[in-house]
Design a protein around this ligand. Structure first.
Ligand code: 5GP
Ligand code: ZN
Length: 112
């Protein structure tokens, strides 16, 4: 499958890895939008949040556990934002489910 994030997971494209386990991979965004900006993705390919089902949602719960752990380790105790863009109207550019984690400063309140 021609998927950028599947290639990053496979090590075919380099990334600044933060964390990895059997089902999840976390790495810094190449174009950070905040002092701390990383992405957390399932290793199994899921196209977007619109493709989460009862059959594949366990990894999503695990991703949120990993986000809480990494946010603490990376100094985001004062808060952070989690974003997932979905589909055309959500301005999703990489079609592999990913959760942006942004922090390290007071973020703007505007959401869209
Ligand atoms: P989206 O717009 O789909 O929500 O977010 C895709 C994110 O992936 C963007 O923030 C973009 O900077 C990031 N990105 C795109 N290509 C690469 C890459 O090759 N490496 C890394 N680390 N991030 C990437
Ligand atoms: Zn993929």
């Amino acid at each position: 499958m021609d998927c950028l994030f599947c290639k990053i997971i496979a090590g075919e494209i380099p990334s600044k890895k933060i964390y990895e386990d059997d089902s999840v991979y976390a790495f810094y965004d190449i174009n950070p939008q905040a002092p701390v900006h990383f992405l957390v993705i399932p290793k199994a390919h899921i196209g977007s949040a619109g493709e989460i089902t009862a059959g594949n949602s366990a990894v999503v719960a695990h991703i949120f556990e990993v986000i809480a752990k990494l946010a603490s380790e990376l100094g985001l105790a004062n808060g952070f934002r989690i974003i997932t863009n979905c589909g055309e109207d959500g301005a999703q550019t990489v079609k592999h489910l990913h959760f942006h984690v942004l922090g390290g400063k007071k973020l703007i309140e505007k959401m869209a």
